[in-house]
Design a protein around this ligand. Structure first.
Ligand code: MG
Length: 376
C-alpha cells in the first residue's frame, strides 16, 4: 500500500503535536522516507507452573507468537498466545500469516489505522498473529514518541483496576494451595463448568478460606438455561460478583433469557471476539471480556471497550497464557476497564519479558515508553 502525501503530512502533524507534549525532538522529523519497518517473529514454548484445567481442556505447556518490528533504531515488541480454543490458529498457521505481511511498504509507522487495516485485510480470522503485530506497532510508536501507550491515549495509570488471579478446577487440597498462593490478589476468578459437585466444591472451599471478591467463569460449561439460572441463584449465597460465559456462545436466545433473569451480571468471553459482535451481545450479556488475541490487538480492543461502555455494559480486559509482553500490552487497556484478568504471565515459569506488575492486587503500569516491557 502506497502512502499518499496527505496521510504522511497528517501523521507528521500528529507526531509533532505528541512530541511537543513530551518536550522532545519528534522522531518523525529525523526520519527519512526511505526508512522501512522490519517485521520478525518467533514461536515461544511457555511452561506452566501448574497444569491448567478449565472446562474443555487441560494443559502443561502453551505456545505464543512473539513479534518484533524494528524501525529507526527502535524495536517494538508484541505477542499473542495460541491457545487451543482459537480454532485454526497455531504455531504453523500464525507463522504462515506473518510471512504474508509486508510492513516494509510503509515508511511511516504512525499511520496505525492504515497499517493495521492492511494487516487485517490479508486473511479472514488469524486474530492472534494480527494482535502480536498490533501490540508491537503500539510499542514501537510509544518508543518513538518516548511515551507509554496509555498516555498517548490520554489516560492516567492510576485508574487501573484490580486484577484477578485464576484458580482452575482441581482437588480440594490444590484449590486451597492455589488460593493461598494468590494471597497478594484481592480478586479471585474460579473456573467452573465441570460438573455440579466440582463447581460447588470450588466455591465452598474458596469461601471457607477467604472473603475476597470472587467471580466465576463457567467457560460455556452450563448447557441448559434453567440449570444455569439455578447455579447463579446458588452462587448469590456465596457473594459472587459476576458470572463469565455461563452458557455456550451460540445459545444466543437462551443467554438473553438467562441475563434477563439472572441476579448476577453476566460477561461474554468466548462469545465476544471483535467489535462487530457487540451489537448482538448487548441483548445477551451485562458486559464483555476483551482479549487482545481475539480483538486483533489494542486498536480494536480499545474501540470495543469504548463501545461497550457507551452502551452501559461492564468491561474487563483478559488474557491468555502469555508472557509479560502480551500481558503488558493488554494492561494498557486496563486503564479504561472495570476489571482486569491479567495474570497469564504469573501462571508460567519461563517469562522472557518484564513489564506490568500486580501490586496490592492492582494492575500497576510503569512509566516506560510503549507497552513498558524489557526483554530478559
Ligand atoms: Mg473466560
Amino acid at each position: 500500500m502506497a502512502i499518499d502525501r496527505r496521510n504522511f503530512i497528517k501523521a507528521s502533524a500528529t507526531a509533532i503535536a505528541a512530541s511537543a507534549v513530551s518536550g522532545k525532538l519528534p522522531a518523525m522529523t529525523m526520519m527519512s522516507r526511505s526508512k522501512k519497518m522490519k517485521l520478525s517473529y518467533s514461536i515461544y514454548d511457555i511452561s506452566m507452573v501448574h497444569t491448567f484445567n478449565i472446562s474443555g481442556f487441560s494443559r502443561d505447556v502453551a505456545q505464543s507468537i512473539l513479534v518484533e518490528i524494528s524501525y529507526d533504531g527502535q524495536v517494538g515488541y508484541g505477542e499473542a498466545g495460541l491457545p487451543p480454543y482459537m480454532i485454526g490458529q497455531n504455531a504453523q498457521t500464525a507463522a504462515d500469516f506473518i510471512k504474508k505481511v509486508n510492513l516494509e511498504q510503509f515508511s511511516n509507522p504512525f499511520i496505525l489505522e492504515d497499517i493495521l487495516n492492511y494487516v487485517d485485510s490479508l486473511e479472514e480470522g488469524m486474530s492472534c498473529p494480527k494482535a502480536a503485530i498490533d501490540i508491537a506497532l503500539h510499542d514501537l510508536i510509544g518508543k518513538l514518541l518516548d511515551k507509554p501507550v496509555y498516555e498517548l491515549w490520554g489516560y492516567n495509570k492510576v485508574t487501573t483496576p484490580l486484577s484477578s488471579f485464576t484458580i482452575g478446577f482441581d482437588s480440594e487440597d490444590m484449590v486451597r494451595t492455589k488460593i493461598e498462593e494468590a494471597s497478594r490478589f484481592k480478586l479471585l476468578k474460579l473456573k467452573l463448568g465441570k460438573d455440579e459437585a466440582t463447581d460447588k466444591m470450588m466455591v465452598r472451599v474458596a469461601r471457607e478460606i477467604t472473603d475476597k471478591m470472587i467471580y466465576v467463569d463457567a467457560n460455556q460449561g452450563w448447557k441448559d438455561k434453567y440449570y444455569a439460572l439455578d447455579m447463579i441463584g446458588w452462587l448469590t449465597d456465596y457473594d459472587i460478583t459476576f458470572v463469565e460465559q455461563p452458557m455456550p456462545k451460540n445459545m444466543c436466545d437462551d443467554m438473553a433469557w438467562l441475563t434477563s433473569k439472572s441476579p448476577l451480571p453476566t460477561m461474554a468471553d468466548e462469545a465476544c471476539q471483535r467489535l462487530c459482535d457487540i451489537r448482538n451481545l448487548y441483548q445477551q450479556y451485562s458486559g464483555i471480556v476483551v482479549k487482545t488475541l481475539k480483538s486483533t490487538g489494542l486498536r480494536e480492543g480499545k474501540k470495543m471497550i469504548e463501545t461497550a461502555k457507551a452502551l452501559g455494559m461492564k468491561t474487563m480486559i483478559g488474557c491468555s497464557t502469555e508472557t509479560s509482553c502480551a500481558i503488558s500490552g493488554a494492561a494498557q487497556l486496563s486503564v479504561m476497564t472495570d476489571y482486569a484478568d491479567t495474570d497469564g504471565n504469573l501462571l508460567i515459569s519461563n517469562d522472557c519479558f518484564s513489564g506490568m506488575k500486580i501490586v496490592d492486587g492492582k494492575v500497576t503500569l510503569n512509566n516506560k515508553p510503549g507497552i513498558g516491557v524489557v526483554k530478559l
